[in-house]
Design a protein around this ligand. Structure first.
Ligand SMILES: Nc1ncnc2c1ncn2[C@@H]1O[C@H](COP(=O)(O)OP(=O)(O)OP(=O)(O)O)[C@@H](O)[C@H]1O
Ligand SMILES: [Mg+2]
Length: 236
């Protein structure tokens, strides 16, 4: 079976457009290659600033690479038009961001439903689905709460719920347990693993936490802009 996702020779250099000084360029990714199978749980680890979030955003079509390709089901997503890329991002990928980015002026239920509305799905069906997902993350009684009225762990569960609304093939999770205590973070991970188990969702997660990474089917380390060989791996 072919891989669901293939990252090939990916480069990303950030350029400060307001400066002509070459030293303001930041070469972050320098030839990353990764393959991910359908249903796999892959952990990406590496030091702060090494480019983990950058890589995750590129896998999900949130940004464009300096060069290189990301294949999803053998299609290079960076050969897509902006419109096709939007569609890919909306329908195939569920993002759980490092700083969950819930919309403060919308309730928990609305935050979950938004992705379905953006994809122009039927409104009442979308709210129905959002309600079911809210149940699944065990927050049915917080439906009409605003993010400012939720705890950190509850916000993170809403962020996971939001990622599920369009039943994406792939979940990209950036430090999904970031600042949470051990118990809450274990609950969040159980939720993610359960999703993978029940829906055969592919999960790519970025973490600092070696213990968490070891629960994954596989882990890759980013060192100096690339996937490291085993012998390059020092403490991250
Ligand atoms: N939009 C941007 N413009 C310029 N530089 C950027 C931009 N985004 C990220 N960077 C730089 O690229 C590098 C990689 O950033 P990235 O957020 O991918 O790191 P990370 O591995 O996710 O770090 P952390 O573990 O702290 O979240 C950092 O040095 C960062 O300062
Ligand atoms: Mg990051």
């Amino acid at each position: 079976m072919s891989d669901l996702i293939r990252v090939v020779d990916l480069y990303k250099t950030y350029v400060d457009a307001t400066s002509e000084d070459i030293t303001t360029q930041v070469e972050v990714l320098k030839g990353v290659d990764i393959e991910v199978r359908q249903g796999e749980i892959l952990a990406i680890i590496g030091k702060s600033g090494v480019g983990k979030s950058t890589l995750l955003h590129l896998i999900g079509g949130l940004d464009r690479p300096t060069s290189g390709s990301v294949f999803f089901k053998d299609q290079n997503i960076y050969a897509y038009s902006d419109r096709q890329l939007d569609r890919f991002r909306n329908l195939e990928i569920g993002f759980i961001f490092q700083f969950h980015h819930l919309l403060p002026e919308f309730t928990a239920l609305e935050n979950i439903a938004i992705g379905g509305l953006i994809a122009r799905k039927n409104v009442s069906e979308t709210y129905g689905a959002a309600g079911k997902i809210l149940n699944y993350v065990d927050l049915a009684d917080r439906s009409s709460h605003y993010p400012s009225e939720l705890s950190g762990g509850e916000r993170q569960r809403i962020a996971i719920a939001r990622a599920l609304i369009n039943q994406p093939k792939v979940i990209l999770a950036d430090e999904p347990t970031g600042n949470l205590d051990r118990k809450t973070s274990d609950d969040i991970l159980d939720l993610l693993w359960d999703l993978n188990d029940r829906l055969n969702q592919t999960l790519i997660l970025v973490t600092h936490d070696h213990g968490l990474a070891q629960r994954a089917d596989r882990m890759v380390h980013i060192v100096d802009g690339r996937i490291a060989n085993q012998n390059q791996i020092v403490d991250t």
